[in-house]
Design a protein around this ligand. Sequence first.
Ligand code: KIV
Length: 277
Amino acid sequence: MKNTVQTILSQKQRGEKITMLTAYDYSTAKLVDESGVNSILVGDSLGMVMLGYENTLSVTMEDMLHHTRAVSRGVKNAFLIADMPFMSYETDPKTALENAGRLIKEGGANAVKLEGGCEVCPQIKAICAASIPVCAHIGMTPQSVNAFGGFKVQGRSEETARKIIDDAKAVEEAGACMVVLECVPRELAAVITQQLSIPTIGIGAGADCDGQVLVYQDMLGMFSDFVPKFAKQYRRVGDIMKEAFGEYINEVRAGQFPAENNSYKLDEKILERIMLR
Ligand code: KIV
């Protein structure tokens, strides 16, 4: 069954946890979707895990459209959210709406996600007014890495915790249908989750959020540049891949691959005739 804004909101109301994972390409999106996850995020984290950038700031609208299109072709049931990249929405609500519209119309997403609290509420209102669901993202917002001075936990002081609570209430008031809380103390995430009617989706925000999101390379042990404390490695798929690549290399070198059953046969008579010439 297709997950929608309504089915995800009703999960919060029933106290049923919401699951979200990232995907950036068709094959992975199909696997993630078939696993029964509620929502798939085409995160701008693709800049780091797929494109090898140091942070997410270089990701463009064209990058996001390219990957969102691929993912949308592989998704049947999950609610598909596409990230708005850095500088695609900050300047003004009109630009934000135009770019959000492209991710829906050209990318095939069901909703968009953007980073920020009170300061991006005019953008959230403009996008929601065009019937495009918006997922907000507050706390440690990776696009603000330069302002934060690194990927650091946010909301540990009273002042910053209060600011994050205000941001959460403001994005709900502006019309966001859910909010990602990234790298904030679990107690703060619990307070916000209790005070909002829209679902909170945590990443490094503890178990009391209404749902959880992980970058799939982090949970599968496929990205070794940086392993965040909050990411549990459910499998070490990176090791399995390297093992398989190594086996292939050895078999090719030893003439064991391709075997007979991996090869195509030519009719013997045709073979004889071409050998005679
Ligand atoms: O870009 C991303 O993958 C994200 C998640 C980490 C929430 O924003």
